[in-house]
Design a binder for this molecule. Structure first.
Ligand code: KIV
Length: 257
């Protein structure tokens, strides 16, 4: 890792008012593709659990999974800022837990960590920031606890969401993800905060946009409707593998010398 050359959270903070792309990444080769495409903010999301590890939610993801995949993304890139998700049940119980788990992700090479929750997570954000680790917040739909809340229904309570946004900014977050927040509410929050908002399914007026890599590349069958598909890699991979299988069965690969 060459951390001096990496984009810092402070530099991302100064992008307030610019439009910039963020993409999730979980392994070295796709992280390199994203960086080569000019995307310099990568999120090792705990969506890992669904799109890579085959779980039906993010809840089973362990810290050790995030550490392993964060390391892979860092090794696959040179300049990108890597944000790593704190997985469910690693930060809720105490500030000490939150700092310990964040340190493990930083040791793996993360430039910052992300955790879910607005007002209710503000104290944890402040504790992690006090330990010297930059934090990206995440409000709106919160996948780790969506099953106990309203599920994956769009959030539109402007007062509650604005309160969450103000709380995470005051706690020291350098950016905030808005997941499935009503577009007009997102626009209002974006205009009122001094830190960049990173939208996912939250309309066009956020400072940045993030998509789950496997949704954007057509690698995940259950992508949400707001996730535009920029490629159909699952179909291409299946076709390529069919060709390989056919050639082996026909005896045309490998070629006799
Ligand atoms: O885990 C993840 O990929 C995320 C994004 C949906 C923002 O948190």
């Amino acid at each position: 890792m060459n951390s001096e050359r990496r984009l810092t959270s402070a530099a991302i903070r100064t992008r307030k008012g610019e439009r910039f792309p963020v993409m999730t990444a979980y392994d070295a080769p796709f992280a390199r593709c994203a960086e080569d495409a000019g995307i310099d903010v990568l999120l090792v999301g705990d969506s890992l659990g669904m799109v890579v590890l085959g779980y039906s939610s993010t809840a089973p993801v362990e810290l050790v999974d995030m550490v392993r995949h964060t390391g892979a993304v860092v090794r696959g890139t040179r300049r990108a800022h890597v944000i790593a998700d704190l997985p469910f049940a690693t930060y809720e119980a105490s500030d000490a837990d939150a700092v310990r788990a964040s340190l493990a992700l930083v040791k793996a090479g993360a430039g910052s960590v992300k955790l879910e929750g607005g007002v209710r997570s503000a104290a944890r954000i402040a504790a992690i920031v006090s330990a010297g680790i930059p934090v990206c917040a995440h409000i709106g739909v919160l996948p780790q606890t969506a099953a106990n809340d309203a599920g994956f229904r769009r959030k539109s309570d402007a007062e509650a969401l604005s309160g969450d946004a103000r709380a995470v900014e005051a706690a020291g977050a350098f950016a905030v993800v808005l997941e499935m927040v009503d577009a007009a509410v997102s626009a209002g929050i974006t205009a009122s905060l001094g830190i960049p908002t990173i939208g996912i399914g939250s309309g066009p007026d956020c400072d940045a946009q993030v998509l789950v890599l496997h949704d954007a590349l057509g690698l995940y069958a259950d992508a949400p409707p707001f996730a535009k598909r920029y490629a159909e890699l699952a179909a291409s991979a299946t076709e390529a593998l069919k060709t390989y299988a056919g050639e082996v069965r026909a005896g045309t690969f490998p070629v006799r010398s």
